[in-house]
Design a protein around this ligand. Structure first.
Ligand code: SF4
Length: 427
């Protein structure tokens, strides 16, 4: 039997008012993205040009990696550099030469800018050009900024992928249409999507970022792109400038989101409805059955999203529509209307949306509402827990495979587990 594809036609909260706040924010910087990006691009190295604080951030976020030869490090800018007593470029050239001599497997080196490198106005794009000339063809050197007092931690991935776009091979006009999936996905998820596209008969599919930098996909006017992550505004813009067309779709979270996301590709490539159903029905039915179990634990629970990862809107859509949770407030750091229209259309009309942050005021709203669970950054989790509000760290949603059918119930569990833990502690 084929599960019917319901393409919702409502306007949801597309026209709902949005509370815009511009105050103090509690966010991590874009360096955090290195933790999942270095696992994904397996021949790349991320050299942060920063301070000891930057080094601590990366090492504590990726602490588990210290047993292996890591593919990230920090070139520390010290007092002599800050005082202008040493030539930071000479130091950088020396560090890079040492690193590449020791690690011949590295094919792509990212110089990752930080607050300190920006303070001393170290021009990392010129450094990357200079170092590329020295180390090509063995190693290509690129740069992007991970600094961020004003950014969200997922913008590091956006900046990294946007840096890759100019070096993607050009596909000339008139080529067979190809699908480009944009956004770092866990390998297990990428493999599932590959199989699903193949089952639909979509043959030319590539992923950005690739697992190996030498397999960087091409782009051109016959490329259609599906965003797998909602925080890739700069990357999408850069790909559009190279001719790619963006397919508007909800993000692949939950059974419904995954189906609508795959369906957008199927429609664009003219996949017949029966073939789409054949490719997706078994997985959809398994995901729905697993979510029905999770729904028993979560239906009716009230959830509050603080703005942090930019995943908030797709997550809110998933927990409200597929788990029956009640949305108290859905905060997002930025509301990118172009990319979020399909998500907004699926959210309940009454959703309280907020963009940006004034953290004290938002904490007051959260305290007053007493949600069953709050999704927030690490900095807010402990204080909220101490006040008796159960939390979920939004960063975990980036470290865990959550996209696609097979992950739908794991995603639901990420919300169920903290509630269960709280219940056990209360006994
Ligand atoms: S916020 Fe700035 S100084 Fe702090 S870890 Fe990030 S890049 Fe380094």
């Amino acid at each position: 039997m084929s599960a019917t594809l319901q393409v919702p036609t409502g306007t949801g909260c597309l026209d709902a008012p949005v509370l815009r706040e511009r105050g103090q924010r509690e966010v991590f910087c874009g360096l955090t993205g290195i933790v999942w990006l270095h696992r994904k691009i397996q021949d790349a190295f991320f050299l942060v040009v920063g301070s000891r604080t930057c080094a601590h951030l990366i090492q504590s976020a990726a602490g588990v990696m210290i047993f292996a030869e890591p593919r990230f490090a920090t070139a520390i800018i010290d007092e002599r550099d800050l005082a202008g007593l040493a030539d930071a470029n000479d130091e950088l050239d020396r560090v890079v030469a040492q690193l590449l001599a020791r690690r011949p497997e590295i094919k792509l080196l990212f110089l990752v800018g930080s607050c300190p490198s920006e303070v001393i106005k170290l021009d990392l794009s010129r450094a990357a050009e200079r170092l590329s000339q020295t180390h090509m063809p063995d190693v290509r050197v690129l740069n992007y900024s991970g600094s961020g007092i004003e950014t969200t931690f997922t913008q590091g991935e956006d900046a990294c992928l946007a840096a890759l776009v100019p070096i993607m091979p050009r596909i000339a006009a008139g080529a067979q249409p190809s699908l480009l999936v944009v956004g770092a996905l866990a390998e297990v998820v990428e493999d599932q999507f590959r199989r699903m596209f193949a089952a639909m008969g979509i043959e030319r599919v590539s992923f950005l970022p690739p697992r190996r930098s030498v397999d960087l996909p091409g782009v051109g006017p016959d490329t259609v792109m599906l965003l797998a992550q909602p925080f890739l505004a700069d990357t999408a813009r850069a790909l559009e400038a190279r001719g790619a067309t963006h397919l508007s779709a909800p993000f692949p979270l939950g059974e419904e989101g995954t189906t609508a996301w795959l369906h957008a590709a199927a429609e664009s490539f003219g996949v017949p409805a029966a073939r789409f159903a054949m490719a997706t029905d078994p997985s959809r039915q398994r995901a729905s059955a697993a979510l029905a179990v999770a729904q028993k634990k979560l239906a009716g629970k009230r959830i509050f999203f603080f703005p942090d990862s930019q995943l908030e809107l797709p997550l809110a859509r998933f927990v409200s529509r597929e788990l029956g949770m009640k949305l108290v407030e859905v905060g997002t750091p930025y509301l990118h209307r172009d990319h979020m229209t399909p998500e907004l259309a699926l959210l309940p009309q009454s959703t309280f949306l907020s963009e940006g942050q004034d953290v004290d005021r938002q904490l007051d709203r959260c305290r007053a509402a007493r949600p069953d669970i709050a999704v927030c950054g690490l900095g807010l989790a402990n204080p909220l827990e101490a006040e008796g509000i159960t939390t979920k760290w939004s960063i975990e949603l980036l470290f865990t495979p959550i996209q696609g059918y097979n992950q739908a119930s794991d995603l639901a569990e990420l919300f169920a587990r903290p509630l269960l833990r709280r219940t056990k502690l209360a006994v």
